[in-house]
Design a protein around this ligand. Structure first.
Ligand SMILES: Cc1cc2nc3c(=O)[nH]c(=O)nc-3n(C[C@H](O)[C@H](O)[C@H](O)COP(=O)(O)OP(=O)(O)OC[C@H]3O[C@@H](n4cnc5c(N)ncnc54)[C@H](O)[C@@H]3O)c2cc1C
Length: 593
């Protein structure tokens, strides 16, 4: 536990995770501004499980994870899904898979269309750049092997704190085969994904320092440098239970927070603002525990209502993911022996990493990526069939705005409806609730071809399950509650078969088509979260279910803001950490004024 005995600061940031550390770092650039960060987890910046890129999965279910789980999901035949969230300095950026993936312009412009006129693609581009530095491999052989011919300097971060590099190496045949397969299908990326206007296959980058081959994340890139400043204060091991308000002026003014540290209830006061950055599950939970939410729900748990807002905890969005593992041809390298913790493989990987910063420890396993349209919907006749399919499932009136926005994205012929990846090891998704890796590890070497949704129609919720702050929230993502999501994802799963059979990739797999109904059944049995939950305290007009306004201020309050993934009105395509960082960078500028 880190103890900093400051109990009053200009700003209190609840949650020292991805967004919280960005904002706290930027605010303390002014030496006269004192910021106190309160983080429930511990400082794990020296923990090798956090720092070594390949170990991220070992943190799921550990003390660095809140270990949440969804309610049984009707759309998954009653299956519950694990919903990991990071708990410790750096939050989920300390346990994530490190893939650095771009949103699309249309996906971010949708935020403006939903009523946030100052939040569009143009407004966020400078912040994607500000947060990262893209390191291109220094040798031409690696650049050629990974097909990195698309980098556009207009969108490339060159001095941001998060170091982004390419985990693919020339020794690994999958990198080249992936790019060549997409080139062969005439589906190589149409540009730099961070231009916001590309689809197709490419070698993706990851938040990994290119020199030391360690995770680059909010904890080390924003947290540790800020800790050197006398005006940055941090308490770890403290779970905030409640925000305190003064309502004398008619507007709720947040004066402080209460939380327990080592069994003792403590109060911390803010002179200016309280900034919530507790993540997509814990942010709505904290609002509700503090009296901001649906009155009926608060009354049920005996919590006095300070601000009535039934949008709190609603609008939850996530990307479902699934994949199929195939045995690879003899000689192809994969991470399976490490997953099985085979001593010889571990020893060799450890040695390679320690001596040369090389080998399987240097990657989170995701280095080849593609943004794809359903192949059968690419042509005009297919687009018509897709529109008919969507029209069969009209929204309820309260879902119309969200439905229409998602529909416009899905029907845009230049917009992907799923991301395809190759994960270089088995993913035992049949093993019910174990998540991506499963528990029953198979012998042999595998690679998994995976699909992640880009623009789901289905939305869910996350609410308190008790007035007790230590109780887990009730998470109901309502996966596949809109049947179109299953229709689209199943078609992508089918298309993976054709990808595997391309000349370039087929030679890397042992020989082994899925009918659409089989693909649907497979998805219902196996799909799980790709860990991208957001939207549960959305930036939207209040009468459209909004919780914060365009300045990220909680409606009805004068100085309580939210800066984390909860505020996303619509989930961007692809893995969301780049947008979490960009939003937090912009939030810091908004707060600075
Ligand atoms: C396992 C996993 C893999 C992922 N992989 C990828 C990937 O490869 N690429 C990608 O782009 N994205 C990925 N993501 C998603 C991405 O990492 C997250 O969306 C992002 O980090 C969320 O940032 P945040 O600031 O909203 O929340 P977090 O980073 O989760 O921060 C919230 C912080 O608040 C703290 N907190 C919560 N409640 C309280 C409280 N009451 N009091 C005090 N502190 C509190 C938490 O402990 C945590 O540190 C992954 C996420 C996970 C969980």
């Amino acid at each position: 536990m880190t103890q900093d005995f400051v109990t009053v600061a200009d700003y209190i940031v609840v949650g020292g995770g991805t967004s919280g550390l960005v904002v706290a770092n930027r605010l303390t650039e002014d030496p006269n501004v004192h910021v106190l960060v309160l983080e429930a987890g511990q400082d794990t910046t020296a923990d090798p499980r956090v720092n070594i890129p390949a170990f991220w999965q070992s943190l799921i279910g550990s003390e660095v994870d809140w270990q949440y789980k969804s309610l049984p999901q009707e759309g998954l035949l009653g299956r519950s899904v694990k919903e990991p969230q990071g708990k410790g300095l750096g939050g989920s950026s300390a346990i994530n898979a490190q893939a650095w993936i771009a949103p699309s312009q249309a996906g971010i412009d949708a935020w403006a269309k939903l009523g946030n006129s100052s939040w569009n693609w143009a407004s966020l581009v400078p912040y994607y750049k500000k947060t990262h530095t893209l390191n291109i491999p220094p040798d031409q052989a690696t650049v050629d092997h990974l097909g990195i011919d698309w980098v556009n300097d207009e969108y490339r971060g060159s001095s941001g704190p998060i170091q982004v590099s390419f985990p693919g190496v020339v020794q690994n045949p999958f990198g080249k085969a992936w790019v060549d397969a997409f080139r062969g299908m005439n589906k190589a990326t149409t540009g730099d994904p961070f231009s916001g206007n590309s689809i197709g296959g490419y070698s993706n980058s990851a938040t990994i320092d290119p020199v030391n081959k360690v995770r680059s994340y909010a904890g080390t890139a924003y947290g540790l440098p800020a800790l050197q400043r006398p005006n940055f204060h941090l308490v770890t091991g403290l779970t905030v239970q409640k925000i305190l308000f003064d309502q004398a002026s008619g507007k709720a003014i947040a004066t402080g927070v209460q939380g327990t540290v080592q069994g003792e209830l403590k109060t911390f006061n803010a002179c200016k603002e309280i900034i919530i950055a507790a993540g997509a599950f814990n942010t709505p939970k904290l609002l509700e525990l503090s009296g901001i939410g649906n009155r009926d729900l608060l009354t049920k748990y005996g919590i006095p209502t300070i601000i009535e807002n039934s949008g709190v905890g609603e609008n939850m969005q996530d990307h479902l993911a699934s994949g199929i593992s195939f045995e690879v041809a003899d000689g192809a390298m994969t991470g399976d022996s490490l997953l099985r913790q085979e001593p010889e493989a571990l020893q060799m990987a450890q040695q390679l990493y320690a001596e040369y910063k090389a080998g399987t420890f240097t990657s989170g396993g995701i280095q080849s990526h593609a943004f794809m349209v359903v192949p059968e919907f690419e042509v005009a006749e297919g687009q018509r069939r897709q529109s008919e399919l969507i029209a069969k499932h009209p929204p309820k009136p309260e879902d119309a705005d969200h439905y229409n926005i998602v529909r416009s994205l899905i029907e845009n012929p230049n917009e992907a409806s799923a991301a395809w990846i190759v994960f270089q090891a088995q993913s035992s998704l049949h093993d019910k609730d174990r998540g991506f890796m499963g528990g029953q590890l198979l012998p042999g070497n595998h690679a998994s071809l995976g699909v992640l949704q880009c623009h789901p129609f289905s939305r869910g919720s996350s609410h308190i399950s008790s007035a007790d702050a230590s109780a887990a929230p009730e998470i109901n993502p309502r996966y596949f509650s809109n049947p179109i999501d299953l229709e689209i994802m199943a078609r992508h799963m089918q298309a993976l078969e054709a990808l595997r059979n391309t000349t370039e990739l087929a030679c890397l797999f042992k020989p082994g088509g899925k009918h659409l109904e089989v693909a649907k059944k497979y998805l219902i049995d196996t799909a799980g979260t790709s860990y991208h939950t957001c939207g549960t305290a959305a930036m939207l007009p209040k009468d459209k279910g909004g919780v914060v306004d365009e300045k990220l201020m909680v409606y009805g309050t004068g100085n309580l803001r939210i800066v984390d993934a909860s505020i996303f009105p619509v989930i961007p395509r692809g893995n969301i950490q780049s947008t979490v960082y960009a939003v937090a960078e912009r939030a810091a500028d908004i707060i600075k004024g």
